[in-house]
Structures are given as C-alpha cells and as structure tokens.
Ligand binder design. Structure first.
Ligand code: F6R
Length: 614
C-alpha cells in the first residue's frame, strides 16, 4: 500500500523516472501522488489529489521541460489513504524544516499522536492530518549535521511500520531511505540509483537490486549506497539479479492487466510446476520446503494462513491436505489467527500464502507461528518479499509479476503449489504410488486444461453480457468447490462492483434463499465431481424461485448443462484440479461483467494490491 520511488543521478533528470516509477506502483494505491525534487536552489514539491496521471498533468503545467534538467535527485509517492482524506494537502511528500526537508512514507506510525503532541509543544505547525508529516518533523528535529543519523534517531522513537525516503537541502545530493515492515528495494544502475517499493518500478533501469531488510537505513548518492542498522552500524547486503524483464509488466496488447494475467495462466502454471514433479517417485520435489521425510511424517496438523484470494486458495488446500495426506488442516484468515493467541506448536505446520509476500496480517501470523515453535513455510509469488524471507523456507510460485489489483494467476499457482505439497506430504504417509502417479500426471496437464477454458473466452463473454446488468449475485459450491464460489464472488465484487455472495451450496436454503428472484442470478459450481448431484438439487431449488442459474459445468455433461439457464463450460478434470478450471472461467466471467459495466478493471475503487496495513 502506497508506492515510493526515489532517484539519484549526477546527470539524468529525475522527473521522468520518478513519474514512470509511480505509474508502475500505482497498483499499491492511487488516491493522490506527489514528487519532491532537489536542485542547488533547494527543494520543490508538487502534489495532486487523484491518480498519477493528474500529477503528471500538473508537472507538465508547472515545470517546463527546460527546467527539469536541473533536478537529478528526487523522491515520489502514490498514496492509499490511511490517516486523513485523499486530498492534495494530505498527499506526500510532506515537508519540514521550512521546506528544506521532504519525506515520503509507506506504512503506519502508530504513536504518531504522542509524537505530534510533543512536536507541537516545541512549536511545530502541522499542515496535514497524516502520520507521515510527524515523521518529517521528527527527522528535522534530530538533524545535527548528519542526515542518516537524524533518520536513525527519529526512527528509533517510532512504533509502527515504514518504508521511507527523505531528502534535505541541508544535505545536497543525498537521499536517506529506511524500512521496517514495508518493502523497499534499491536498484543499482551503472550511473543512477533507483529506490522503489518493488522491483517493477526499477527494472526499466536495472535488474541489479538490493532488497533492504527490516531495520536497514541507507544513504544513497549517485556515487554509492551505504547501508546501516538503526543503531547506525554498517551492514552489508548482497546485490541480486531480478529474473524477469520489463515485458512482464507491460500490457502486451491486452486491454487490461487483469485479462493479460488471466491469459498468462497456462505459462504461469507451467512455471509453478516446472522441475517440481518427480515421476520416479510419484511425488513432488519442492526442495525449498527444506523438510525431511521424517519431519513431514511428524506433522500432526496444518494451518494455512492468508487473506482474500490467498485465503480462498488456502481453503482449497484444506480439501487437498485432508484427502491426500490425511492431515487435519485449518485455513485461517491471517488477522483473526494472529490475534487469537493461536494454539500452534512444534507438531504443527503453518503455511502462509501471499502473492505479494508483504501482507501485514499474514506476515504477523508468520511471526507469531515462528515465536510459538511451529514449522513455518511460505508460498509467495514475489521473490525476496518479506514473508518469503522471514518464513525461511517455502515455495515460490514463479507466476510472474501480477499487476492487476484483482489477483488471478496467483490463485491458480497457489492451488497448484498446495496440490504438489499435499502430494508430497501424502506420499510420506498413506498415499499409494499409483495414486501419486495419477495425480502427478494430472498436475502436469494443468496448463493444457486451463488453455481449454481460455479458448472459451468468447462464449463466457456472451454469458456475461446476459447478466452484466444484475445488482446482486450468489455463487454456490460444495466441498472443494466452495472456496471456488467464494473466489468467484470476490472477483465480481472487486472488479465489477456487483454485490455478490459466496455460499456453501447447502447453506443457501438456511436463509439467503429468501433473497432469490428472477433478478438474482446464481452461479453454481457444477463440475462433474462427487457431490455434484447434491448441488444440482440446490440448482432446482433456485430455479423454483425463478432465479436464473449460470452453471460452471464439465464439457460433455449434458445433464448439468440442461439443468441451468446458461453454462460456462470447463474441461473434464480430476477433483483436485476442479477448483482451478472453475475459477479460471469465473475470472473471465467477472472480467467481462466489469468490462460491460464500464468499470476501472485494473484499479478498482478503494483497493490496493499490497495490503501492508492491518
Ligand atoms: C483479491 C486480492 C486480495 C489479495 C489479498 C492478499 O483479488 O487481490 O484479496 O488476495 O489482499 O494479498 P496477498 O496474496 O498479496 O497476501
């Protein structure tokens, strides 16, 4: 949440890289944006409520091209409001020291009220309602001549989370950045240094990056990078190479990132699976888990933690681990888990699911589980992310960057990774070699199965057209398809702003059925797997109340197709794979409903992709 960019160069003007970096980070928040630029004349700040394009337009009016060359150092920010309305005054950067110091911040300063009161007593006048402005004044108050020391002194007084970048005309040519709980990456170019909340704002300049760790504070100049701990002791961090390039985060001819990412799923799944199936043993390899067969065999219970779409993938995981490995499994919403004083210990395996690897509640759940002595692993997509690093062991999804705020390919990659984990765990227990072989062969077919769903995009768009005007929808599924119903409903809510609820198919008649009418379409997950006949019964109950039913049905299943008003057809797949093929059809359905309703698909209102606040 919130995106930060910093740029330091001897010769390259900073405005272009800062604004294009912000556009790359806009998925992290897009209610206001700003830049602070340094030159020999001091610091200039430009801020604007609204999207990065509004800031760009402001800069085009206020800062002529000819003047831009003198600014080769700057910081920038795109905001997702936590404290204070999304106004220009509350936009970052915030200034202190009579406009000599500017600071951008991602995260939350929890003790901002106490710090603010202290600063006000010393005569500081605040211009905004934000916690960030407090931080800017605090740094200024500690500045006794060394900028990095001032930042360290200020941050030692702060409770909460932060990724920050600050510049001060008292320290020309210098930028100080720091992180705790909010990501920050430094791109080390040949002539220039770029800092950003994630590598997507960096890869246009360089693929050589340093991932800062919590507690790191760095002084950045065009000449070099100097990293310290919060106690101001030098630390060293290795330079790593990003393994993808700028093409991965461009739209590549698609109208929206969401559609591009839906269509990337066959490749993403191939990457998730590659090298991880072991045909010789009818199992999966997953060496990143770092667990011996003995440790795996000793696991008594699994807890899967995550939020949103990742939680839904975890809910599919419950069915996989319980049916394939006989291990009791509880999917837990990460925030509820972390505050429930959870009962976990050395016999429990806690698996954290997170596309971004930065979700604050999931990270806190990981920390709590480590504290309590559980085995902890993470399934993350973003390499080098905080959750991946802190969990210490895990599986990267390798689904490629996900730019659209609504998560799509991460879900299918997470389910595929969980399936391979369940296969591995099952094979250390009672799952037979034959069953393992069968499953490994099914998993290997995933890219092909998902391609078959995508080939029906036009048909799905046609069905979406018939229902795009609905104000309410229900999604129903049972067993392993129940989480798929939740995920389908979430996608429609997020991108199409349609009120949608996911229910266990059997639960509908315990209340929600009262809402059904010919105006409330019901999307029923009807893949041809055990339990389907019961859901077909529920479909009849809906149709008897005049509700139109859209069935996600298996190709060739005439009985299911004729029981529904409209069908989204998916290829025949085993039980374990049925949520993946079904959800891909629902992603396309949600996408087309949103498109037909004229929604802002890649950046839905009020949302941000990486939720780094509780
Ligand atoms: C839904 C969505 C969110 C995320 C949730 C967790 O489309 O994107 O619900 O799934 O915020 O994010 P990660 O997986 O990054 O922890």
């Amino acid at each position: 949440m919130c995106g930060i960019v910093g740029f330091a160069s001897r010769t390259t003007p900073a405005v272009g890289p800062l604004v294009s970096g912000l556009s790359r980070l806009e998925y992290r928040g897009y209610d206001s944006a700003g830049v602070a630029l340094e030159s020999a004349d001091g610091i200039k700040v430009y801020k604007q409520a609204g999207k990065v394009s509004a800031l760009d337009a402001l800069l085009a009016r206020a800062l002529p091209e000819a003047e831009r060359a003198k600014y080769t150092l700057g910081i920038a920010h795109t905001r997702w409001a936590t404290h204070g309305l999304p106004t220009t005054a509350n936009a970052h950067p915030h200034v202190a020291d009579g406009g000599r110091l500017a600071l951008v911040h991602n995260g939350i300063i929890e003790n901002h009220a106490a710090l603010r009161a202290g600063l006000e007593k010393r005569g500081v006048k605040f211009l905004s309602q934000t916690d960030t402005e407090v931080l800017a004044h605090l740094v200024a108050a500690f500045d006794k001549g060394d900028f990095l020391s001032a930042v360290c002194d200020a941050l030692r007084r702060v409770d909460g989370t932060y990724g920050i970048a600050a510049i001060s005309s008292r320290h020309p040519g210098e930028m100080v950045v720091a992180r705790k709980g909010s990501p920050l990456v430094i791109g080390v170019g040949e002539k220039d240094v770029v800092v950003a909340s994630d590598v997507s704002a960096i890869v246009a300049y360089t693929r050589q990056v340093i991932y800062l760790k919590d507690g790191d504070v760095a002084r950045i100049t065009p000449e070099g990078i100097d990293i310290h701990s919060l106690d101001n002791a030098p630390v060293s961090r290795e330079v790593q190479e990003v393994d993808w390039d700028i093409g991965a985060i461009e739209k590549g001819g698609y109208e929206h990132f969401m559609l591009k990412e839906i269509f990337e799923q066959p490749d993403a799944l191939a990457n998730t699976i590659r090298g991880r199936l072991d045909p010789a043993g009818g199992t999966a390899i997953l060496s990143g888990l770092g667990l011996s067969p003995r440790e795996l065999a000793a696991v008594r219970r699994l807890v899967i933690v995550g939020c949103g779409t990742s939680l839904h993938a975890g809910m599919v995981g419950k069915y996989l681990f319980e049916s394939l490995a006989d291990v009791p499994t509880s999917p837990e919403q990460a925030a509820e888990f972390r505050y429930s004083n959870p009962i976990v210990g050395p016999d429990d395996w806690v698996v954290a699911l997170s596309q971004s690897g930065e979700t604050a509640d999931t990270l806190a759940a990981v920390r709590e589980s480590i504290r309590k002595g559980a085995l902890v692993s993470a399934l993350c997509n973003v390499v080098g992310s905080t959750i991946a690093r802190e969990a210490g062991r895990g599986v990267y999804l390798h689904a490629g960057p996900e730019v659209s705020v609504a998560s799509t390919k991460a879900f299918t990659a997470q389910v595929a990774a969980l399936l391979m984990m369940a296969l591995k765990l099952g094979r250390t227990r009672r799952l037979s070699r034959e069953a393992g072989d069968r499953l490994a062969a099914e998993i290997a077919r995933l890219p092909e199965l998902v391609s078959a769903v995508l080939a029906r995009n036009d048909e799905i768009a046609g069905v979406a057209e018939r229902y795009a005007g609905a104000d309410d929808m229900f999604f129903i599924g049972r067993g392993i398809l129940y989480p798929a119903a939740l995920e389908g409903a979430l996608k429609v809510k997020e991108v199409a702003y349609v009120h949608a609820e996911g229910y266990q198919a059997a639960e509908l008649k315990h209340g929600p059925i009262a809402l059904l009418s010919d105006k409330t379409p019901v999307v029923a997950l009807l893949a041809d797997i055990p339990g389907q006949e019961k859901t077909l019964g529920n479909v009849q109950e809906c149709r008897a109340r005049m509700a139109p039913v859209i069935g996600v049905v298996t190709e060739g299943d005439g009985a299911a197709a004729s029981a529904v008003t409209d069908a989204l057809v998916v290829p025949r797949a085993g039980v374990e794979l049925s949520p993946i093929v079904s959800v891909v059809a629902l992603q396309l359905f949600a996408y087309h409903v949103a498109r037909l309703r004229g929604c802002e698909i890649d950046q839905p209102r009020n949302l941000a992709k990486s939720v780094t606040v509780e």
